[in-house]
Design a protein around this ligand. Sequence first.
Ligand code: NAD
Length: 257
Amino acid sequence: MRLENKVAIITGGGSGIGYETSILFANEGASVVVVDINEDAGNKTTQEIQNNGGQATYVHADISKAEDCQNMVQVAEDTYGKLDVLFNNAGISHAEDDDAINTSEDVWDLTMDINVKGVFLGCKYGIPALQRTGGGSIINTASFVAVLGAATPQLAYTASKGAVLSMSRELAVIHAQEGIRVNALCPGPLRTELLMKYLNTDKKKNRRLVHIPMGRFGEAEEIAKATLFLASDESSFVTGSTFLVDGGITAAYVTPE
Ligand code: NAD
């Protein structure tokens, strides 16, 4: 098993990438602290892991709140004795996020609070725990939009993911000699709830698909497998990376017909 005796916090563990990663990590031997603002979803993931004989605990948290992030780390240490892996994955994409003219300050602030401050707070309280362990792996979910612009605007979301990418790179440098690795996971467009509710017509879906060389959306399971690599000791020389798992979208100028 690739994560035997490891303790992992996974934010947004109730759905999509976080759900798939929670299940996979538990199957690979990790004890998983499933963190989500959605209590039903978080409990469901936890229950599923326990039913399969794995170790999991649900923690209710809004990652934009300092006390909630402090508490999730505390629960990991109190329940399992340490922290090895911190997957700062929860994020939102607001339906009213648009261009500069049409995005409200409220949408901007909410997006930044969850997507950027949430990752910062996870690191603020998680890094001391990783230091107590003597090292570990942080994976922060950014996105391919951190490196590519789109004419279908989600300005706050895109800016927030750029911030996650640069924050991860700097943290990687700061903590490199403490055995703490920090990588920015950059998924391409996925067939998850988060994106599909935004691309709610065939026209909108096809507008995206034409840019992906593989000609399909990615699956949350495919991102979970990449996360497993970054979490495990197999990636022991990987830090500060812009870890793109995107079906080739960022490599393409012209895609196959
Ligand atoms: P999702 O909506 O399926 O899951 C996100 C989870 O985060 C949900 O369970 C939700 O309840 C939880 N959450 C939301 N706000 C929270 C908060 N304040 N505190 C705690 N939990 C909160 O989304 P997903 O597609 O699995 O996306 C996960 C991450 O991947 C996000 O950061 C997203 O921006 C990023 N991402 C997604 C895609 C995609 O195409 N789906 C592409 C690139 C990056």
